[in-house]
Design a protein around this ligand. Structure first.
Ligand SMILES: Nc1ncnc2c1ncn2[C@@H]1O[C@H](COP(=O)(O)OP(=O)(O)OP(=O)(O)O)[C@@H](O)[C@H]1O
Length: 908
């Protein structure tokens, strides 16, 4: 166990002898033994003993010492004012942080101030906006085992909550990869490999088994969402969801009212109130969405950049993001993460995008309006958790004031979704009016120091403020009045925080001071006085001020609670604005980048002049290509008219194979997400899943380039692909010997062709695989060629029927600047069909195949010597080249071999 967690050993020995404050600390450490306890002492959060040492080291702060009657304790304190950045450091180091605040006013208690854990900050449940990077969701997951697995996810900062059931560990990993949770809790009997299932960035812990018990879990679901049997399907799903709610409560600390055991910590707090921001529970069936597993999400670069390609600056979500607000950005991610299967829903989105695409004025108007929409989901979540300040409420009101204009902008819309949004966008006029009536337009950050509530909102408050003001007015005129009364022209009235109001008279004028002046403070050149009336007025001001501040805070809280009662409506509004923002964003991208409206639900993939949405943004002249897979009758594999569903792609490295394959997947994915697509036309099927198996060389950065991983991924594809799946295979079977590799590639092709019938694109350097097209009716060859301009190799990135010529490595070598002589020689070696195992006789090397010289070797003088040297090196070259298996090499290996050969040629 980590010594920084749990009660400090040094204190355990003292037991009952600890001072009351340290006893409190000890108890909290005992109670929250899975978190680092930060314990408020005045303006600091302190940690003691081993925890102090850890905090000091991680946060780079000084380790000090606390000495009391019971001993010396290492101590480290972080200032409360900027605690969040330190807390982030502790989270990054893998800790949960339990924040124990003083819950009593030190001025009002005689003994030790009571502290309570008011929140537990964890990677998945952190909610303070400073800690959340950008607009993306931040999920915590719960996993329960039992007849498959139940999975529940919540984003505490937005209230988004999902639950589903899946059959296998792999399916759990697939679902999790859609959400990328920062944290997960698992129930009893969940025996899954953490890293593989949750990903390395996820903090996984076993959570209290009791919270996963069925009855308790169902109680919680009932409390927050309603009858579990209506909302959720399986037993494991309910247990996961209940446990997740328990965990969310737990992270609210004792103010969250319920401990992990389900017992209320503070019976006065309404437990439901603590997680009020959770209003929707979206139960989804993974089968309603196109499945994108972690491998596909990563290799299609949907959300995360990979650094090995030339276009590393953009991801798919970036290229499609013309959203105006954070709500929209998160929704966009969600749509791309869960492309639809239902053609009606897909078409509904396309219809709206089409209408908005045709109408740039409305699009622009909506974009401008939505840009004024605050992050309502997070706002309302803060409101419900009692952490919103007056500025948050004003931001909410200002967002609500935009809604009528948004509705106006789509008042004439014909598209079903837009018309539906128009009908259901709720401007929450009552809530907005209440906020606007109560809260000042530009309130301060703090809510306890006044200045928050508007004049005219509450009579009692107005009376108090008026007393305060008239007292201050009286004081303002006091200086003039007293000057007149005493005849002392230099008399001044001032205020300081220690002594309050005073009348200051310089020493020279002291004899003119009237009788009723009472001494308050003596300075070097003057004396400060007060009068009984001044004192009385001062007390009146202070009393009125403090009562007004308290009343303002009460009024503010009442308004905040009233807004919290409308959380569900605010969330529904947020959801609708988010959807509208994505539709506008899709339309904007479609208009700006010339996307077309696809049709979805047909029998094959038919794309005219398709483009890769990401690569086209970074390539000056992106070459569009067609795709026809499985959309027509199968014919003779050697003719160009056939419409197979399986294409073997060949062509030199760098010619565009990977780009093309991904482009086909992305076009289909975008269409099912509801977007238009980068093509001149697209008729598409509904794909149930996209599988990718990308080449080992592509995966070097991820450290996953082993043959074993390749085969594991392949096994998944062969097991799970259906006739409605799209399979991208890039370089399968390359991590082993040529013969084995080819055999596997061939067998995989036959299996996918005969047994599965999935739409497949198979890029390969195994030239022999192109023969499959002659044997299998649904397989066709497509290739990328290079052309030559002034002797230079040019990739034209154009897809053509038939297989490519086999000299890929040499083309790349030429591109890379390998000397012409070596390139030519390589070509001649490849051209030599008859392998010759006998050592070649230098004299028999045909002159015609010798390397062409660069001019130095053709001088008359010394020609003979030069000839001998070249002949010898040509001999070595030939042998070396014969040993090279070009078809099985990675581009890097090819370049290395060529560099070695060049080096040996240069050495002579
Ligand atoms: N259609 C295209 N139009 C313009 N540029 C393209 C096109 N396709 C690819 N490219 C450019 O060519 C580069 C190489 O493409 P890609 O990685 O797809 O080649 P490849 O044939 O798969 O190579 P390898 O066999 O080495 O994996 C891309 O990074 C991109 O910059």
């Amino acid at each position: 166990m980590d010594a920084a967690l749990g009660p400090p050993e040094q204190m355990a020995e003292l037991d009952d002898d600890l001072t009351p404050m340290m006893a409190q600390y000890y108890e909290l450490c005992e109670q929250y033994d899975d978190a680092l306890v930060l314990f408020q002492v005045g303006d600091f959060y302190e940690a003691f003993c081993a925890a102090a040492e850890r905090v000091a080291r991680l946060c780079e702060i000084t380790l000090t010492q606390r000495t009391d009657s019971t001993g010396k304790y290492p101590m480290a304190g972080i200032p409360i004012d900027n605690a969040e950045s330190y807390i982030e450091t502790l989270l990054d180091a893998g800790y949960r942080v339990a924040v124990a605040d003083q819950v009593e006013d030190p001025d009002e208690v005689s003994g030790v101030v009571q502290r309570a854990v008011t929140r537990i900050v964890t990677p998945g449940t952190l909610t303070e906006s400073e800690l959340l990077g950008g607009a993306d969701n931040n999920y915590v997951a719960a996993l329960a085992a039992g007849n498959g697995y139940g999975l529940a996810l919540v984003d505490v900062s937005t209230g988004d909550c999902y639950a589903t059931s899946v059959a296998s560990e792999t399916a759990v990993a697939d679902e999790l990869s859609r959400f990328g949770p920062a944290e997960a809790i698992v129930g009893p009997n969940v025996d899954v490999a953490d890293d593989e299932v949750f990903g390395p960035a996820c903090l996984v812990t076993e959570y209290d088994a009791a919270a996963f018990e069925r009855e308790r879990a169902e109680e919680r679901i009932e409390r927050y969402f309603g009858p579990p049997e209506r909302l959720l399907a399986g037993d494991a799903e309910r247990r996961a969801c209940g446990a997740l709610l328990s965990y969310a409560e737990y992270t609210r600390g004792s103010s969250g009212a319920v401990g992990p055991d389900g017992e209320p910590v503070d019976p006065d707090v309404d437990p439901k109130r603590t997680l009020d921001y959770l209003n929707h529970l979206t139960r989804y069936d993974p089968r309603e969405y196109m499945l994108l597993d972690a491998v596909a999400v990563e290799s299609l670069e949907l959300f995360e950049r990979r650094s090995v390609r030339g276009h590393e600056n953009l991801t798919l979500v970036d290229t499609l993001d013309e959203t105006a607000c954070a709500l929209g950005r998160r929704e966009l991610t969600d749509w791309l993460r869960r492309p639809l299967l239902d053609t009606d829903r897909i078409d509904g989105r396309h219809e709206s995008v089409a209408e908005l695409q045709r109408d740039p004025a409305t699009r622009e108007r909506l974009h401008d309006l939505l840009a004024d929409v605050y992050d309502l989901e997070r706002l309302i979540s803060r409101v419900s958790r009692g952490r919103a300040n007056a500025r948050d409420l004003r931001s909410l009101a200002s967002t609500l004031s935009v809604v009528p204009d948004v509705r106006d902008a789509i008042a004439e819309a014909d598209a079903r979704l837009l018309a539906d949004l128009h009908a259901t966008l709720d401007p929450l006029t009552d809530t907005r009016e209440e906020i606007e009536a109560a809260i000042r337009p530009d309130p301060p950050q703090e809510v306890t120091e006044g200045g928050v509530v508007r004049e005219g909102y509450d009579d009692e408050l107005d009376a108090l403020r008026s007393t305060e003001r008239s007292g201050k007015d009286w004081i303002d005129s006091l200086e003039a009045d007293e000057r007149e009364r005493t005849g002392i022209d230099s008399l001044k009235v001032g205020h300081n925080s220690v002594h309050g109001y005073y009348i200051e008279v310089t020493n020279a004028n002291l004899e003119s001071v009237p009788e009723d002046y009472q001494r308050r403070q003596t300075l070097k050149n003057s004396e400060r006085f007060y009068t009984p009336e001044l004192k009385e007025r001062e007390e009146e001001i202070l009393r009125a001020e403090s009562e007004a501040d308290d009343l303002e805070y009460d009024l503010f809280c009442r308004v905040r609670d009233a807004v919290a009662d409308e959380a569900e409506r605010v969330q529904a509004l947020a959801d609708r604005l988010a959807r509208l923002d994505v539709l506008v964003s899709f339309a904007e991208v479609a208009a700006r980048h010339d996307y077309c409206r696809p049709t979805v639900g047909g029998d094959g993939i038919d794309i005219e002049r398709g483009r890769h949405p990401v690569v086209e943004r970074t390539e000056d002249a992106f070459v569009p290509n067609d795709t026809h897979l499985g959309s027509g009758p199968l014919g003779d594999a050697d003719t160009d008219e056939l419409d197979p569903f399986f294409a073997v792609l060949t062509g030199p490295n760098m010619s565009g194979k990977s780009t093309y394959m991904r482009q086909v997947a992305l076009v289909c994915l975008l269409a099912q997400a509801g977007s238009f697509v980068p093509a001149s036309s697209a008729d598409l099927p509904v794909l149930d899943r996209v599988f990718t198996r990308v080449g080992a060389s592509d995966d070097i950065a991820g450290g996953r380039s082993t043959f074993m991983i390749e085969m594991t991924e392949l096994a998944t594809i062969l097991r799970e692909a259906t006739a409605d799946s799209l399979v991208l295979l890039d370089e399968v079977g390359r991590g082993t010997s040529t013969a084995d590799g080819l055999a596997i590639a061939r067998a995989v092709t036959e299996y996918l062709h005969d047994e599965v019938g999935a739409y497949t694109l198979f890029a390969t350097h195994h030239h022999d695989l192109t023969e499959a097209a002659s044997d299998l009716a649904g397989v066709a060859n497509r290739h990328f060629e290079t052309s030559r301009e002034d002797g230079d190799v040019v990739f034209d990135h154009e897809l053509a029927p038939g297989p490519a010529a086999a000299s890929y490595g040499v083309e790349v070598a030429e591109m890379a600047g390998v000397p012409e002589s070596v390139v030519e020689r390589s070509r001649s070696v490849i051209a030599d069909d008859e392998p010759d195992d006998e050592p070649a006789n230098p004299d028999s090397t045909p002159t015609a195949t010798r390397p062409s010289t660069n001019g130095h070797g053709t001088t008359d003088e010394g020609a003979e010597t030069a000839e001998v040297v070249r002949t010898k090196s040509a001999d070595g070259l030939e042998r070396a080249l014969r040993e090279v298996d070009v078809a099985t090499m990675t581009p890097v290996e090819a370049l290395n071999v060529l560099a070695d050969l060049k080096h040996s040629v240069e050495r002579g």
